[in-house]
Structure formats: C-alpha cells, structure tokens
Design a binder for this molecule. Structure first.
Ligand code: GAL
Length: 749
C-alpha cells in the first residue's frame, strides 16, 4: 500500500539493501527496513524496566547505491527513524531528525557513481516509558522531483455539510494558489459520507500554482464528514451524536519488534473491529503513515497524539532534551502530514504532560501549541490527556484546550459538564494475564486474588488508586451522556512497562518484561476483558464464560462463574442442571454471576438476546493433552499468524499445558513464536517455546504471495500444573526463572 496521496514527486521504495551495525561492532548485517536494531537481543536486569529490560544499542545503518537514473532532483524520505537520527551522504552530514516518529528528507546532492548513505540512530535508554526499540523503523523512499512540485502535505482538504444535503469541499495549498478545483471549492451533491461504519473515500485531483506561475497536480484521498465536540451532547459526527468506543494503542508489534508491520497492524485493527471498537488513540506519538490509511479504509476514528513529554522530562533521555528546539516544527510536520485523513478527528498535543501540572508555563505553552495546530487546521479541535485536571483547571492548561481529555479522574465529567467538551482520553487499565484465574480458598469458596508469582488474575479484583476498574469506567460513560466517549487502556500488551502487583521497585518487575494492561496479550490473543468490551460495544450477540472449568482437586468448592453478554438474561447449566437465570435488570454489574460448586463436566451458558435468539458458550473439563491444534488466526500481505492450542481427545483446550514445543514450517519462514507470557525470556525468533496457558502464536512469512504456508508442531518436554494459590504459600505452579543475565536459552533445535 502506498500513501493515500499521489504526488508529482515520484516515490520509489528504498527499503532493500541496507546493512546495520549495533554499537561499535566491526561487522555489518544485511537487513531490509523497516527494522528494529534492538529487537530480540535479550533482556538484562540492569537495563531499564520501562523498556522491558532490553539493552538498546546505538545503531548505524548504511546503504550503498548507484546514482539513480533520470532527470531531476533526488532526495531520500524517511517516514520515521527512532530516534535522534543523523544522516551522512558519502561522509557528509545531510540531515536527520531528533523526533523518532516524524518524517524527514535528506537531499542527494553531488552524487557519485556509487554512494553511501549512513544513518545513525541514538535511542539511548531510558528514552520512553515503553519499549520502542531503535532504528529505521518505518519505510524509506527515494524521491525524484522535476521542476516545482506541489507537496501533498501542503494541501489541506476540509469538508462541510450544507443545509440542502450537499457537501462543500474546500481546498487550500500552503504557499500556492489552488487552480483545480476552481476557486479551491467543490460542491458534491448527495455525498456518501465517511463514518467508521461506512468509510466512504474519495479522490480529488488538486492543481495549484506557485508565485512564479508554475503548476503541479497532486491526487489526495479524503472523506466527507464533519466533526464537532459539544459541551452537552458529546461528539457530533456528521451532525449526529456519536459515542467514541475507543482503545489506546502503542505502535509496537510484540514478537515482531518495534519496526512498522502492516500485517500485524491489520490483525490488531481487525481484533478492534470484532470488539466493536470505533476509535484508536495513537498513544503517545504519531504513528506510521500506513496506520492512518488503514483507519480511513477500515473505519476508525483517530485521536492523533503528538507527544508524551514536553519540557519537563519523564525519562532521562527522552524528547524533553529536544523539546524547546523542536516542538514547533515537529507539531507542524505532524499536522501537515495527517490533516487530510478523514479518520483523524482530534489532535492531542500530549499525554499526561508534566508541564500541565508541575512548574510554571504549562498554560502558555498549551496555548502556543493550540495556535500552531489551528493555524494549519481549524476543522478539528485540540485536546490533551490530563491526569491532574484539578491543577490544569487553575493554571490555564485546561481552558486553553478545545476539548478536555481526562486520563482517569472520572469525577471530572460532572465537574466539566456544560463548561467544556470532555471525553475519557484514557480509562480503565487492568492488570490481567490471558486465561489466568487465581483463587484463594476461603471456607470452601474460591475467591479471586489479584496476583501471584508475576501472574495477574483475569477477574482483576484489584482497585487502583488512580483509576476506576473497567466496569466502573464503562458505567461512568453510560451515565455521562455529555462525554464524547472513552479510550480504554489498551489494545495489546507491549514490551516494557511491566508494572504489576506488589512490586514497589521497578527492578523487582524482573523477570516480567512486558505489560499486563492489554485487552489482548502480547501475542494478540484475547483476554477475558476483551469480551467485557465486546459485550458492551459490539452489535453482534456475545456470550463469554469464565473461568476455565478444569480444576482437579477442587470438587465441591464454590467458584464464581461470570458471563459477559449483551443479552438481557442468561441461564447457566452444569452438566445439564440449571444453576439459575440471571438478569441485568436489578443489578448494576456489567456481567452476570453465579456461584457454582465445582464438579467436572460441562458448564454452559445460554444467553437470551433482546430479539429472543439464544447464544451459548461452554467451558468443558479437559482431559490429557493429545495434540496441538493449529488454527489459522490471521493472514495478510504474505504474513500468516497461526494459533497453537494444546487440546484433549475431544478438542477441549488444556490451559494447564505448558509443554515446550518446536514448530516447523512448510512454504514459509518462521519469524516468531510468542505465548503472551509477560516473563518468558526465550527469543521470539526461536523455533521452540513453551505454551503459556495452553496456547502459542506462530508468525510465518510465506515463501511467496501465492502459497499458503503450513506449520507442524512437535513436543519437546512437559511442564504443567494447576493455577491455584492453595493458600499454603506453596503455589502449584512456579514461574520459570530467567536463567542468566542475557537471553536465557540458546536458540537451537
Ligand atoms: C497511563 C499512561 C500510559 C500508561 C498507563 C498504564 O497513566 O498514560 O502511558 O503508562 O498509564 O496504566
């Protein structure tokens, strides 16, 4: 996929034929970009916990290339190099960019027959609060220009709905006069509007003329839609109230690293669609250009975020070092890059910015930023994610924003009602592992506990001091119709920020090296909480039961059984015997619950939808593992994701199975295995790995676009156990310890 803009400047992919050198290493390794030089190099306890204990090197890339043929001026465009890059051409400095998430170009002047472009990336840690890696992480293009060119970023297309049902499209070009459409204006009769549900896109040929009378044309893709944030009715999309059901996301790719990956992005967005999500927040930086193209096409609203740090640092080597010198230019580049995407509905100038509540000058800076954005785009409001709205209310920050984004702080919806447009820019983090159910027995009752041994429980019983639990946050939105909606934290777990229960010193997060906050785990497999949101946000019928129903030794003990559903009521059966009907009427919970004395067999819920249809879900006590079932999970652009599950002779998943398996591939190459465990230190690129809670994901690159690769899975050894804290301090299942300072196990079969 190319950018959704076609310019007179010709772009050719420049991704192949690079070499990389980590630190001062003598040798160079041949790679294609996008690439992450820090990825899968290991974990070390003395590295930054927030970045997943990954040692991030300074990386240098080089590419030797022949002088391009043809007339015109050449340059190289980098969509994003993380971070603080400096580029030389044949040993001469030609440019770079401190900001690791924004594009820049370097001119190719004085080319010889053979040339060397060298790119140094300095992502010395700690530079972010999550793992971002290091390197040329986005596409690179060779750009050829002949004569004056109308740059796509110079063009701004905005749309307006007229009372007669038609739409007015206005086009401007920075520093040039628009010739086509005439007078920079176009009326579209009976327009098909862009919405997340019907993402209708259009193309427009724009011609403009510069001061010297030179003309050029560029094709811009856009959508007709209007956005208005109101104080009393939330968001109006195309004039109609529209609720944001959004998720925050980091643009990193788990087992595939920090470099942009198109197929993995599509998989994550498809998961969001299935959940009923209609909006994504780019936490906390500009994403790759292709992400916005996908959101335009698939139908997601985007809250486009610029910064996680301003002048006051959050990390020792983060963006704050460059903030004063760079923010104006960075913000301009950001808005100009993204302003023609219909998906973008909000500009966020920052997340939990320290300057918003500490020190002086936050209000003034916020106003200055809002002005910079407005000068380039008046069609969308400016917001920020405020985590101290009380301070920001009095120091000028909150009032400088068009729309107030609340990170947590749910009591502020009522306080701001009728005063400012408001929404939840970040809500409901949870600590949970996929399919992990932790109980403590109290008088025969199995009571969920939050954590043990770096594992967090799917029931998430823990209350945070700063954030409401997911159900409370969802109800806060339900009960605040003037709020535009929310962005919950977050889509997938990610490397870094491995905060979990009971650990005060970040170093003690070890061996956990990835976060527990996602609705899906690091491998993209859904956690139970995924189904809570699906039951609240999706239009399709949902019934999801928890916990697992294989609990040997627990006969007669009473388990809490929950069902997430969008039905009105549900009946639960254990081995065909009704455990009663539960209804939402009369409860304020967003799940239905039963207390059920454990006996092996089949637990089945039958949820009745409003239209009378019945949806069922089952948990069946599993027997011994007889095979590893392989299910295609997602495929796109030659990348295939397979799910591997340990199953018994009837096909029931066996969650306690943590066998180490080896995976071999036909018609493709195995890129990565991941089981979603936050503390597994096996390299992702290794062809063997333990299952975690009975499952694993394999990522395979097809040997060609025409073939469909297949995988086979073989057993290496057996581990196992039941995930129960028996209350005697002796967990049945001990975590596998990391075995050494760097990558624990050599990866050879
Ligand atoms: C928020 C922050 C996010 C992430 C999250 C974890 O306060 O904005 O970046 O750290 O907490 O719960």
């Amino acid at each position: 996929m190319m950018l959704a803009i076609l310019a007179a400047a010709a772009l050719t992919a420049f991704n192949e034929g690079w070499e990389v050198r980590r630190g001062d290493a003598a040798s160079w390794t041949r790679v294609a970009v996008p690439h992450d030089a820090a990825f899968d190099v290991g974990y070390a306890r003395d590295e930054d916990p927030d970045q997943g204990f990954v040692p991030v090197p300074v990386a240098t890339y080089r590419k030797t290339f022949a002088k391009p043929a043809g007339r015109g001026r050449f340059s190289v465009r980098f969509d994003g190099v993380y971070m603080d890059s400096s580029v030389t051409l044949n040993g001469r400095p030609v440019g770079g960019r401190r900001n690791g998430y924004l594009p820049f170009e370097v001119p190719l002047e004085g080319l010889g027959e053979t040339n060397v472009l060298e790119v140094r990336c300095d992502a010395r840690t700690p530079n972010a609060r999550w793992y971002q890696g290091c390197g040329i992480q986005r596409d690179v293009w060779l750009v050829r220009r002949d004569g004056w060119t109308l740059e796509p970023e110079a063009v701004a297309v905005t749309t307006e709905l007229l009372p007669d049902g038609s739409a007015r499209v206005r086009v401007t070009a920075d520093g040039a006069r628009v010739i086509k459409p005439a007078n920079g204006e176009l009326i579209v009769r009976e327009p098909k509007l862009w919405t997340p549900e019907a993402p209708n896109l259009r193309w427009l040929d724009v011609m403009a003329e510069n001061a010297r009378g030179e003309r050029d044309t560029v094709r811009i893709r856009y959508g007709i839609r209007t956005v208005e944030f109101t104080k009393d009715r939330g968001l109006l999309l195309n004039g109609r109230p529209y609720r944001i059901k959004g998720l925050c996301r980091h643009e990193t790719f788990g087992a595939l690293g920090g470099a942009f990956n198109l197929a993995a992005t599509k998989r994550e967005l498809a998961m969001c669609k299935e959940m009923g999500v209609n909006a994504i927040r780019t936490a906390h930086n500009p994403f790759s250009p292709q992400f916005y193209d996908l959101c335009d096409e698939m139908g997601f609203l985007v809250k486009d975020e610029a910064f996680d740090e301003w002048r006051l640092p959050k990390t020792a080597n983060g963006y704050s070092r460059f903030f004063d010198a760079c923010w104006t230019n960075d913000l301009r580049t950001f808005v100009r890059r993204d302003r023609n995407h219909p998906c973008v509905i909000l500009w966020s100038v920052g997340n939990e910015i320290r300057d918003h509540w500490k020190g002086n000058g936050g209000g003034e800076l916020t106003r200055a930023m809002v002005d910079v954005v407005h000068a380039l785009d008046r069609s969308r409001p400016v917001t920020a994610g405020l985590n101290h709205p009380d301070v920001s209310y009095t120091n000028g920050v909150l009032h400088a924003l068009d729309v107030v984004g609340l990170n947590y702080n749910a009591d502020w919806y009522a306080k701001l009602k009728g005063e400012k447009p408001v929404f939840g820019s970040e809500t409901a983090p949870s600590l949970a592992d996929r399919d992990v159910y932790l109980f403590e027995e109290r008088d025969g009752r199995m009571t969920p506990i939050q954590a043990t041994n770096h594992l967090e429980c799917a029931y998430s019983p823990k209350a945070f001091t700063w954030a409401a639990p997911a159900e409370v946050a969802l109800k806060a939105q339900r009960d605040s119709p003037w709020s535009a909606g929310e962005f919950a934290w977050c889509t997938y777990d990610y490397l870094g920020e491995p905060n979990h229960t009971g650990y005060r010193d970040k170093r003690d997060y070890w061996p956990a090296r990835s976060s527990y906050w996602g609705l899906c785990d690091l491998a993209g497999l859904p956690k139970d909480r995924f189904h809570l949101y699906r039951s609240q946000w999706s239009d399709r019928p949902v019934a999801h039961l928890m916990p697992d129903w294989t609990n040997p030794g627990c006969e007669g003990k009473v388990f809490p059984v929950w069902c997430y559903t969008n039905g009105e009521e549900a009946e639960l059966f254990l081995n065909g015997v009704s455990q009663g009907v539960r209804r939402f009427a009369g409860t304020d919970d967003l799940h239905l619950a039963w207390d059920v004395a454990y006996e092996p067999g089949t637990l089945e819920v039958r949820a009745k939808m409003r239209d009378g249809t019945v949806v069922t879900d089952r948990r069946v006590t599993a027997g011994p593992v007889v095979r590893y079932a392989v299910t295609p999970d997602f495929a796109s652009d030659g990348l295939h994701f397979f799910r591997i599950d340990a199953v018994d002779d009837r096909g029931n998943r066996v969650l306690s199975c943590e066998d180490e398996v080896s995976v071999s591939v036909a018609d493709g190459t195995l890129l990565a295995l991941d089981n979603g465990s936050p503390r597994d230190h096996t390299p992702f690129g290794c062809a063997r790995r333990h299952l975690f809670r009975g499952s694993l994901v394999a990522v395979v690159k097809a040997s060609s676009q025409e073939v469909r690769p297949s995988i086979s899975v073989g057993k290496r050894s057996v581990h196992g156990g039941v995930l129960l804290d028996r209350g005697d301090g002796q967990d049945a299942r001990r975590p596998r310890e990391a075995r050494s300072r760097h990558i624990s196990s050599p990866c050879s079969l």
